[in-house]
Design a protein around this ligand. Structure first.
Ligand SMILES: [Zn+2]
Length: 522
């Protein structure tokens, strides 16, 4: 079965047909780096990661681009021609920082959070401030093709929505409704109240470019076009950045564009108008959008304390991968209700998967009779998992296949090559889900391993420092076990007992066997 997806523009499920066979080019609308991303933002980014990983699992060569918005995103962004203040500039004023420092700070935070959430690096993370020439090129193309105009004396450029008959196709909005809409301000300089800015001038804005200055074009890789001389010093609109940067990195036509549902209108509607208007190309063939995330069935709100960041959840003792699991296990086209109980359930699910993995690692080192039922279970997993995800990323069905496999493995207790093959199948599925540790959380350290390592046993102070942490990794546990073994050999019972108590306090199960120790991390 081929991958089927719900296309926002066509409003139905369609078979995915790549522009180029075996390859998929994806553009994801990324963060506006003026504050710390919250879990609602991450719902959209984790979805983009799931999609990318599933294409890889299915054998596609993926090119994934996610933009970083660091200029041009205004506060009143629910209408095409946004008003208010630039979000970066507003935060810069509030913090008393330079806007570039604001962008750098929150971009770094975004990357460290997304890495913790197991989000694989996109192939490019272009910043808007570094692609202003690409945007000016597109503005000029739109002027040349009659889709944009410069109101007299303004130095600004606007998109002429009456020139693009497909405007409204993605969102289902009608131009007449936009005109009648109360939020559309009547702006004297515009031909139509719903026309939107491509290039804005505002002397108070701290991030500005002169379209005609050589400095603006430094490092631009293409041929510098002849720009309309009436364009003045200013900054780009938010929508033009995505149509210009996606064209730069993925070409004028690519396969898939994603974002949150609030991006459908105006952002993506405007992107289509700009990109298709500038070149006449197809732009993105498919559009996928993620629904909102609610917290305790209510809209997230700062004042109610429900605008959770990843840091808020780790402070409550949850891990980022538990959050990842919870986010992906809710279908992207359903509104998601986030609760802390949901995270508890995610923890239990990951625990079951991890225990199965650790068991398979341990049993892969054993020998015994082959069992044909293991091979059957693997085939069933591969098929069921793919069938679920091929159906517009039906993760619930894919996870059902995965947990059925886990139950079968636990029942069959495979050995040797059967266990290794089952482990490989589990890891294939986890390439998409992305929550399992390749480091076993439980296992056995043999007497021979302990004896061999005794000469290089870590110092007692180092072990004390490890035990003083809130958690230990399997590698650290190994060091601790070796240290305890060394203490016992030296008849230093006090240290050995203190280590044992320290492990107990960390919730580590630690059991002496006849030929080694068995451990289980919490
Ligand atoms: Zn965008």
């Amino acid at each position: 079965m081929a991958f089927r997806l719900y296309d926002t523009r066509l409003k139905k499920q369609v078979d995915f047909q790549p522009i180029e066979s075996g390859k998929v080019k994806i553009y994801n609308c990324g963060p506006t780096v003026y504050s710390t991303a919250h879990i609602g933002n991450f719902r959209s980014f984790v979805f983009a990661d799931l999609l990318r990983r599933y294409f890889e699992y299915s054998g596609f060569e993926v090119s994934q681009v996610m933009n970083i918005t660091d200029v041009g995103h205004l506060t009143e962004d629910d209408r095409a021609d946004a008003g208010g203040e630039d979000k970066l500039q507003k935060m810069a004023r509030e913090l008393g920082w330079d806007p570039y420092k604001v962008a750098q700070h929150f971009e770094q935070g975004f990357h460290s959070d997304r890495k913790a959430l197991g989000i694989v690096d996109a192939h490019e993370y272009p910043r808007a401030t570094e692609h202003v020439p690409d945007m000016l090129v597109q503005v000029q193309q739109l002027l040349d093709r009659g889709h944009a105009y410069i109101p007299e004396g303004t130095g600004e450029a606007y998109f002429d929505i009456s020139s693009f008959k497909e405007y409204g196709q993605l969102s289902g909005k009608k131009v007449e409704d936009l005109e009648a809409g109360a939020r559309v301000e009547v702006n004297d300089v515009k031909k139509h109240p719903a026309d939107f800015a491509l290039w804005k001038t505002d002397e108070s804005h701290l991030m500005q470019w002169d379209p005609h200055d050589d400095k603006t074009w430094e490092g631009y890789p293409g041929a510098r076009p002849k720009l309309d001389e009436r364009l003045k010093r200013g900054f780009p609109g938010w929508h033009i950045e995505c149509s210009a940067m996606s064209s730069r990195y993925l070409g004028e036509a690519f396969d898939l564009h994603t974002g949150g549902e609030d991006n459908i209108f105006p952002h993506h509607e405007c992107e289509i108008a700009q990109a298709c208007g500038a070149t006449g190309a197809e732009y993105s063939r498919y559009w996928m959008h993620v629904r909102h995330l609610l917290v305790d069935n209510k809209k997230m709100s700062k004042s109610a304390g429900t605008l959770y960041t990843l840091e808020d959840l780790t402070a409550k003792g949850y891990s980022p991968l538990e959050m990842r699991y919870l986010l992906i296990s809710n279908h992207y086209r359903q509104p998601m209700n986030f609760t802390l109980e949901g995270l508890d359930a995610a923890r239990a699910s990951i625990g079951r998967l991890q225990n199965c993995r650790d068991l398979l690692v341990e049993r892969g080192a054993t020998t015994g009779e082959a069992n044909a039922q293991v091979g059957e279970a693997i085939t069933k997993l591969d098929e069921g998992f793919a069938a679920g995800l091929d159906d517009d990323l039906n993760v619930a069905n894919a996870l059902a296949a995965l947990f059925e496999f886990v139950a079968t493995v636990n029942r069959l207790q495979p050995v040797g090559d059967d266990a290794k093959a089952a482990l490989a199948a589990l890891d294939r599925a986890d390439h998409v889900i992305g929550v399992l540790s390749r480091e076993s959380k439980s296992g056995v350290i043999t007497q021979a391993e302990l004896d061999a390592a005794i000469a290089s046993a870590p110092a007692v102070d180092h072990i004390k420092a490890l035990l003083a942490q809130s958690t230990v990794t399997a590698a650290e546990l190994r060091d601790i076990a070796i240290g305890r073994h060394a203490a016992r050999k030296n008849k230093d019972w006090g240290t050995a007992d203190a280590i044992r108590d320290g492990l107990k306090a960390l919730g580590v199960q630690f059991e002496d066997l006849a030929d080694g120790v068995r451990f289980k991390l919490p």
